[in-house]
Ligand binder design. Structure first.
Ligand SMILES: O=C(O)CCC(=O)C(=O)O
Ligand SMILES: [Fe+2]
Length: 335
């Protein structure tokens, strides 16, 4: 997928952007011109087009989380306990990282097919010089927050720890795996002709996104289809419901289609903590949520199997594991 921004570092998984020297361009080259930036109108957030904000410290957090996961598949969280000092330090280190000369950034590049050991060697030697401490601290804090969010989501579905044993005790953070992805969206001379990150749903259970202070994230709302901007709120983090939570909830939770647009004057950064189940776990619709007459809507998949499908089929991956209606109730899949 070509995209203008696409400069990103993943601390666990490889990414091979079609590299481009953005600083020198005056107009978007054909290779990066995006055909359907205006496929649907973009609207500014207000009234019913405002992505909900959930205060995790509020007594009705479980109820609110459940409702927004069903209706939106995305929300902003406050009351999460992540200090603004940590977010500031993270952002300034990432700015330093992305402003390094290209040849230096390429020292951390992953070679194709080099998935095993998840690239810790090249990446960690790179990060250790520059930003290892703050990244490690952020990952720790995110692990805890993602666990908390996952448990709120499970509780809102009426599930207990027995229903999803890999999630660990509902009060605990469980045993999720995660990828940290750093995105950089350079300024763009013609933002209307380019795309930062193409429309997609996340393949995760959930993604916690820090989007600094520059807007660019948009989520698709239906009927009429429109792109709603998710405004950066000081201190808030964005939570996207991923495809695996949609599967796990037997379609009850919406996995939100979203994209990142670029702008003319501000270099935008975002940090995605992409959280999934442990590697060996197959995610399938939880039995309790499957009505006796309807059966599970999806077959079981591991995270890596699903990522493979996503790599091949992109936005049709979810449809590819949907069980046809006639097979419902007679499903060979297991939890
Ligand atoms: O930069 C953003 O706001 C979105 C990033 C995103 O969607 C992703 O990393 O999956
Ligand atoms: Fe995303």
């Amino acid at each position: 997928m070509p995209s203008v921004s696409d400069e990103s570092f993943r601390t666990l998984r490889p990414h091979h952007p079609h590299h481009f020297e953005f600083e020198s361009v005056r107009e978007v080259p054909d290779s990066h011109a995006w055909p359907d930036v205006h496929d649907h109108p973009s609207v500014e957030p207000s009234g019913p087009d405002s992505v909900p904000v959930v205060d995790l410290a509020s007594p009705d957090a479980v109820l609110r989380v459940g409702r927004v996961c069903e209706e939106w598949g995305v929300f902003q969280v406050t009351g999460h306990g992540v200090s603004s000092d940590l977010l500031d330090r993270l952002e300034s280190q990432i700015r330093r990282l992305f402003s390094l000369p290209t040849h230096q950034k390429f020292k951390a590049a992953r070679s194709p097919g080099n998935i095993s050991g998840y690239g810790l060697a090249p990446i960690s030697s790179f990060f250790s010089k520059l930003m290892c401490d703050v990244i490690e601290e952020y990952k720790e804090v995110m692990k805890e927050l993602a666990g908390r969010l996952m448990h709120l989501m499970l509780l809102s579905l009426g599930l207990t720890e027995e229903d999803i044993s890999w999630a660990g005790p509902v009060r605990d953070t469980g045993d999720l795996s995660a990828v940290l992805q750093l995105n950089s969206y350079p300024v763009c001379p013609e933002p209307d002709r380019a795309m930062g990150l193409a429309a997609h749903t996340d393949s995760s259970l959930l993604t916690v996104l820090y989007q600094s202070s520059t807007s660019g994230l948009q989520v698709l709302r239906p009927e009429p289809a429109r792109w709603v901007t998710v405004p950066p709120l000081p201190g808030a983090l964005v939570v996207n419901v991923g495809d695996l939570s949609h599967i796990l909830s037997n379609g009850q939770f919406r996995s939100v289609l979203h994209r990142a647009v670029v702008n003319r004057t501000r270099h935008r950064l975002s940090v995605a903590y992409i959280c999934g189940p442990p590697a060996h776990v197959k995610v399938s619709p939880v039995e309790k949520l499957v009505g006796p007459s309807e059966g599970p809507a999806y077959r079981a998949v591991t995270w890596s199997e699903y990522l493979g499908l996503k790599g091949k089929l992109f936005n049709k991956a979810l449809a590819s594991i949907k069980l046809p209606r006639e097979e419902w109730g007679d499903c060979p899949c297991s939890n």
